[in-house]
Design a protein around this ligand. Structure first.
Ligand SMILES: *[C@@H]1O[C@H](CO)[C@@H](O)[C@H](O)[C@H]1NC(C)=O
Ligand SMILES: *[C@@H]1O[C@H](CO)[C@@H](O)[C@H](O)[C@H]1NC(C)=O
Ligand SMILES: *[C@@H]1O[C@H](CO)[C@@H](O)[C@H](O)[C@H]1NC(C)=O
Ligand SMILES: [Zn+2]
Length: 600
């Protein structure tokens, strides 16, 4: 009886998910009042129905079932999430989130050099300025204005959202916030970070020294690095400033971005390139409907949309990506990242609905990144004609490893602190009156960055990051950036393109392209979905049952050695002394300071 009930439940759940996703997609790809109303109406109906089913489900004494698989599926259906809220409150929750996303997605800034031109969106214009401008005044301006355009406008909405999420958590019998802590032991994040920190301190110190050579005293010798100079709006990855900080600056070649532009690459071609890689591994090609229904570049019809890249599973072989793709190397890897999600959807499509998700959320984020680790090797880029450099000696490889480090090592403290902040906000440990200053305390302590100007509680800088206002948990990215190196190592061993202790086959130069042995092993793990606890899935591919930074540390070993020698040779200070920037409860006094520093 329970078996046929779960079958019935799966069908209903699947139909609801489809309906809900269509409403979400219509709004996310075309922000209008009508689409908002429609989305909220559908979402509220779906939540009501889920609640009805849930009442029925809880009547089963599933905890005493002998059939472990059945028990596992029931358990998954007993977490109702925010649908547990009373109808009116659910509606409020849905509208609040949509409103915050709209403010974020439609924010526009004026051009620093032409104040009457006020049509700069985050994607592509503002992102482009952050990554390519080397004018500190322009960068500071864009950095400040972006935060001004969002933070103060959403702060009260964010409070409403936090209260509603907590109310739902109580109704689900969780203490606070989204259900994070039963999926992961949060202590292990701390341990992983301690493993990685010595490497981070080296790259941080090296970059600060290089930026000081370029920009002078606005970068202090021993303090945190000003966050606007790192090539990214959130200083979360720094590879966009690789060109001004390379270990061997004389070894250069046209950049991958330049090659792509020269060769007339389009967003479509970028996704085709990604698809070719998956197919070369004997994994599943994107279905026809993917190419028809996806939005792979920013529509030019003037409609507003949520450009933040995302991958969608509507079930029934209907899978889509929405990405305002720019022809850049960074977006080429983002295309692989998003397609990794789609490949996972396709691989676990024959699992029961309750298992059509990642083994854990970090696995989902890791799939496409693992592929990118192969794609971004100089030898692969050369193979696909995006790197026109014949000499791939040790120095050239180290330059490339450094650039990868500016993304992969540098991201880790950011990936960790996002949810350290959010968990404490949900738990009520950070009062609203301290939200922003606590944010900067974490940014300082973990990343060693500081804002370019003083901040106050009149600002709300966390909201300038999409995942905060869009309710997307973040620790999954931290997990992904660790486990993707475990996956990569296992796949490279299978592909035979990495041999431990062989200097000719180091992990950082491994490319698994066309290895069906590696591809099949990856597929075996992906096909499991969440049908088993994640350590089981990890074991299938890696033989390990835990998350562990040893893959990452091995990958970056040559870089770590080089950075230590270089920093030592130059007497560079490691770590950082406390910032001189102030974060105060209100702006009043430092407003003046800010204005005067602005005009100087
Ligand atoms: C956007 O949504 C509106 C409904 O509000 C619809 O009339 C319009 O056709 C949609 N535009 C596109 C390009 O889908
Ligand atoms: C256990 O439950 C699953 C459904 O979750 C069902 O397919 C399977 O047949 C059950 N096994 C036994 C031995 O009853
Ligand atoms: C993970 O497990 C391996 C054995 O597979 C062990 O050697 C290692 O110490 C563990 N790492 C952590 C961080 O627990
Ligand atoms: Zn993702």
């Amino acid at each position: 009886m329970a078996v046929s009930y779960i079958q019935y439940l799966s069908e209903r759940q699947s139909a609801r998910h489809k309906r809900d996703s269509e409403g979400e997609w219509a709004y996310a790809s075309n922000i209008t009042e009508y689409n908002l109303k429609n989305k909220v109406t559908i979402g509220t109906q779906v939540a009501d129905e889920a609640k009805q089913d849930w009442l029925e489900t809880t009547k089963y004494h599933w905890k005493s079932f002998r059939n472990l698989d059945l028990r596992r599926q029931f358990k998954k259906y007993t977490d109702l999430g925010v649908a547990a809220l009373p109808t009116k409150k659910f509606e409020k929750y849905s509208k609040t989130l949509s409103e915050m996303e709209k403010i974020y997605a439609t924010a526009k800034l004026c051009d620093f050099h032409n104040s009457s031109k006020c049509d700069l969106y985050l994607e592509p214009e503002i992102t482009h300025i952050l990554s390519t401008s080397r004018d500190p005044d322009e960068l500071k301006n864009v950095w400040i204005e972006w935060r001004k355009a969002i933070g103060p406008k959403v702060k009260d909405m964010f409070e409403t959202y936090v209260n509603l999420v907590n109310e739902a958590a109580r109704l689900n019998n969780f203490t606070v916030g989204p259900k994070v802590k039963d999926m992961f032991e949060t202590e292990q994040f701390h341990n992983l970070w301690e493993q990685i920190k010595p490497l981070y301190l080296q790259i941080h110190a090296y970059v600060r020294n290089k930026l000081r050579q370029k920009y002078g005293d606005i970068v202090s010798e021993k303090g945190p690095i000003p966050a606007h100079l790192l090539g990214n709006m959130w200083a979360q990855t720094w590879s966009n400033i690789a060109d001004i900080s390379l270990p061997y600056p004389n070894i250069t070649s046209p950049t991958v971005t330049q090659e792509m532009i020269n060769q007339g690459y389009t967003p479509l071609k970028m996704f085709q390139t990604a698809n070719d890689f998956f197919v070369s591994l004997n994994l599943t090609a994107m279905p026809g409907s993917f190419w028809e229904k996806s939005i792979l570049e920013k529509p030019s019809d003037g409609r507003e949309l949520i450009c933040h890249a995302s991958a969608w599973d509507f079930f029934d072989n209907d899978v889509r990506i929405k990405q305002c793709t720019d022809v850049t190397e960074e977006d080429l890897y983002t295309a692989h990242h998003e397609m990794g999600h789609i490949e996972y959807f396709l691989q676990y499509a024959s699992q029961p609905v309750a298992y059509r998700e990642g083994a854990n959320s970090g696995f989902h984020e890791a799939v496409g990144d693992v592929i990118s680790l192969s794609v971004s090797t100089p030898k692969h880029l050369q193979k696909i004609g995006l790197l026109n450099q014949t000499n791939l000696d040790a120095a050239a490889l180290l330059n490339n490893l450094y650039k990868t480090g500016l993304d992969k090592i540098v991201f880790l403290p950011f990936g960790y602190l996002m949810d350290l902040w959010r968990w404490d906000v949900f738990a009520g440990k950070i009062p609203k009156s301290n939200w922003n200053c606590k944010w900067w305390e974490l940014r300082h302590d973990y990343q060693g960055v500081e804002p370019p100007v003083d901040r106050s509680e009149d600002d709300f800088d966390p909201a300038a990051k999409y995942h905060i206002i869009a309710n997307v948990p973040y620790i999954r990215y931290f997990v992904s950036f660790v486990i993707q190196f475990q996956f990569h190592r296992a796949l490279c061993l299978k592909a035979g393109d990495y041999v431990p202790d062989d200097p000719n086959k180091p992990l950082h130069n491994c490319d698994i392209y066309q290895s069906t042995t590696a591809g099949n092993a990856l597929g075996d793990m992906l096909q499991m979905g969440s049908s088993k606890p994640w350590p089981d899935a990890m074991e299938v591919l890696t033989g390990q049952r835990n998350m562990d930074a040893s893959g990452l540390l091995e990958y970056f070993k040559p870089l770590q050695t080089w950075l230590e020698e270089e920093n030592n040779k130059n007497g560079v200070f490691i770590g950082w002394e406390p910032t001189q920037r102030v974060c105060s409860s209100t702006k009043k006094e430092n407003q003046e300071l800010e204005t005067s520093s602005e005009s100087s």
